[in-house]
Each structure stands twice: as structure tokens, then as C-alpha cells.
Design a binder for this molecule. Structure first.
Ligand SMILES: NC(=O)c1ccc[n+]([C@@H]2O[C@H](COP(=O)([O-])OP(=O)(O)OC[C@H]3O[C@@H](n4cnc5c(N)ncnc54)[C@H](OP(=O)(O)O)[C@@H]3O)[C@@H](O)[C@H]2O)c1
Length: 330
């Protein structure tokens, strides 16, 4: 039995992970939750605490003999350096105790869920085999988050003490992911008001890389299962999770159609909206390594393709309209 601690209780990705890990029969799952109310619907054992409370996290890791810690919180809110220092201390102590007893053990694991938006906006084919931002990298970092390559590299650099992986998710869709409220909500409002046009914060020519929340969770699940082997074999521990590249124009127009909007959809640019800017990063990624090395098998292959369900389910779950049934189907 592998004991997993998930940091980041309530994102759609971690909620799916809470379901899939125990189902495998090989994992016991714990979560760090800021309040008991947050943890209650998750159905796993919760460790009450905040990401900034290292003492609580350390206590939880020790008390429950955690093997792998998984960070599913956006990098801006994630206190990486403090957490890595604590994990390194715990990991080093575990290795030393085993070594004193003449044994070799699997290192304490840490997996961070990052984003493929770490790289610059481009429609050129992308890869995840080489660090971003080095003088000889083929991939330049995205300017708006030029600090993220170092963040990822800091995780990779502690692989002498910890078994580490960085899983880079593409733009997430599915369930009630808050990402899409800035698109689906104005469309629903326009339907209700009978407006003849709707303006959305998107770049007309952008083509983001996408992945369903279910598949990010299955990618993290695969990462947990292959962590020890990737670490033991010194494989480059960074993997992209992406299943399609789709145009924002198609996404917006198909969502409008499915939500019953008959007017004109205008993509007016992202302005100062940082999240919209991130969502409109064009990325032509590949997850060949995740499939080959981790055995990742994504199940959902297109946002536009399933838009009849996704848009209505999102609207229903965010109570713009429609029924609970569509949420279940997404
Ligand atoms: N959104 C995307 O399209 C996208 C794209 C690429 C990668 N990712 C990755 O996917 C993961 C999830 O991102 P997200 O945007 O869906 O979720 P998020 O907004 O980053 O939040 C995830 C969870 O973190 C918890 N959290 C935040 N601050 C905390 C703190 N101080 N202490 C304890 N818990 C805290 C939140 O708990 P509460 O609900 O209790 O506040 C929330 O449940 C991240 O690792 C991100 O890098 C997302």
C-alpha cells in the first residue's frame, strides 16, 4: 500500500484523483484541507492545515508514513522552497535511518502538477525532453511567467534526496472547471437577455493545448505509480499532459451554439486579464513520453468534440442553467 498526501483539496483535478487512487486498491489517500468542510465531500482522510504550515504537513507525513506528496495547487500560491526544504529534511532522515540499518529504500516522493503554459506561445511542435530556459533550450519560457522554469527546475534538482516528477498539465476542461466561467457565463447571460452579440476575452487566433480534468488526474495517478522507476532509472522527470490543440474561435462558437446563443460571438482580446492570457497561449504539445514511459492512457480527446455536454454541464453546475444530469455526464 502506497500512502499519498495530496496538497490542494478542492480543484477538479484533485477531486478526480481522490476517486481514482483508492479504486486501484494500491493507495491510501490523505489530503491537506484548510477547513473540515472542504475535506468532508472528498471521502478521504484529511489532515487539517494550510500549505504555509510546515509543522502540520510534516506531522501528517510522519504520522501516516506518507510515501508520495502530490502538489495540485497553482505555482503562484505554492510555497515551493519552504516545502522542498521540509521534504528534503524528512527524505534525508529516512534514507539515513535505512542506510544505518544497511538497507536501501525508495526515496520519499514529490510530484508537482505544473502547466505547459510554462513555454512561449507558439504553434510549432513542442516537446518535454529538455529543460526550458537554458541557453541551449529549444523552448523559450513564456514571458508572463518567466520564473516558472526555475520553479520546475528547483523540483528536478532535489532528485538526489527525493523521487521527483513535474507533470505539466495543458489547459483543463471538464466538470465545472472555473477556467471556463469567463466564457460560458457571458454567453448564458446573452442568451437570457436576448442580446445579438457577446464579447469574450480571447485572442481570435489562439490555439491552446487542452486536457480533460479526468485525464490530468489519470496522468498524476500514472506518475505516482511510475515515480520510483523513473527515479531509479534517472529518466528526465518532466512530462506534458495534453490531448488536443483547439482554436479559441471554435471553442467559443461551439459553446455558444450548444448554449443556445444565436447572435455574433466576438473575441475581443484578453487585455489585462492574466488568466485569459494564460488560456490563450497557443501550444502544440505532445504527450508521447507520458504515454510511453508512464503508460498514461487519456480517455477524452477533444473539447469541441464533446461541447454539447461540456458547455451545458458547466452552465448547469455553475447554476447558469439546466440540470444536474448533464454535470454527471461531463
Ligand atoms: N487551471 C488550469 O487550466 C491548469 C493548467 C495547467 C496546470 N494546472 C495545475 O492544476 C493544478 C490545480 O490548479 P487549479 O487552478 O485547478 O486549482 P487552484 O486554484 O490552484 O487550487 C487548488 C487547490 O489548492 C488549495 N489551496 C490554495 N491555497 C492553499 C493553501 N494556502 N493551503 C491549502 N490549500 C490551498 C485550494 O483549496 P481551497 O479550495 O480550500 O481554497 C484548492 O482546492 C495546479 O497544480 C496547477 O498548476 C492547472
Amino acid at each position: 500500500m502506497v500512502n499519498i498526501l495530496i496538497l490542494g483539496a478542492a480543484s477538479p483535478t484533485s477531486q478526480t484523483l481522490y476517486k481514482s487512487l483508492p479504486r486501484s486498491g494500491n493507495h491510501c489517500v490523505y489530503c491537506l484541507a484548510q477547513t473540515p468542510e472542504r475535506a468532508r465531500p472528498l471521502g478521504v482522510i484529511s489532515i487539517p492545515g494550510d500549505l504555509f504550515n510546515n509543522a502540520k504537513i510534516q506531522e501528517g507525513i510522519e504520522a501516516h508514513s506518507i510515501n508520495v506528496v502530490v502538489g495540485v495547487v497553482g505555482a503562484l500560491a505554492f510555497p515551493l522552497q519552504a516545502l522542498l526544504a521540509e521534504l528534503k529534511r524528512l527524505g534525508r532522515a529516512r534514507l539515513a535511518t535505512a542506510s544505518d540499518a544497511g538497507k536501501e529504500i525508495t526515496k520519499l516522493g514529490f510530484i508537482y502538477c505544473s502547466g505547459i503554459g510554462v513555454t512561449r506561445d507558439s504553434n510549432k511542435p513542442d516537446e518535454d525532453i529538455f529543460p526550458i530556459g537554458l541557453p541551449n533550450s529549444r523552448k523559450p519560457p513564456a514571458q508572463r511567467i518567466s520564473w516558472l522554469p526555475k520553479f520546475e527546475q528547483d523540483v528536478v534538482d532535489v532528485s538526489d534526496v527525493l523521487a521527483v516528477m513535474v507533470m505539466r498539465s495543458a489547459l483543463v476542461y471538464g466538470y465545472a472547471h472555473p477556467n471556463w466561467s469567463r466564457f460560458f457565463k457571458p454567453i448564458s447571460k446573452a442568451v437570457r437577455s436576448g442580446a445579438t452579440s457577446v464579447s469574450l476575452p480571447a485572442e481570435p487566433h489562439s490555439r491552446p493545448g487542452l486536457v480533460h480534468a479526468i485525464d490530468v488526474a489519470s496522468g498524476l495517478h500514472a506518475a505516482i505509480d511510475k515515480l520510483a522507476s523513473v527515479s531509479r532509472n534517472h529518466l528526465y522527470p518532466v512530462f506534458d499532459l495534453v490531448t488536443s490543440q483547439e482554436s479559441m474561435r471554435d471553442i467559443s462558437e461551439s459553446a455558444a451554439k450548444e448554449l443556445g446563443f444565436k447572435g455574433k460571438v466576438k473575441l475581443v482580446g484578453v487585455g489585462d486579464d492574466r488568466m485569459a492570457k494564460a488560456m490563450c497561449t497557443s501550444i502544440n504539445g505532445s504527450s508521447a513520453r507520458a504515454r510511453l514511459i508512464l503508460g498514461w492512457e487519456p480517455k477524452k480527446i477533444g473539447f469541441v468534440q464533446g461541447m454539447d455536454i461540456y458547455a451545458k454541464a458547466h452552465a448547469a453546475s455553475r447554476s447558469y442553467q439546466l440540470t444536474f444530469l448533464s454535470w454527471l455526464l461531463a
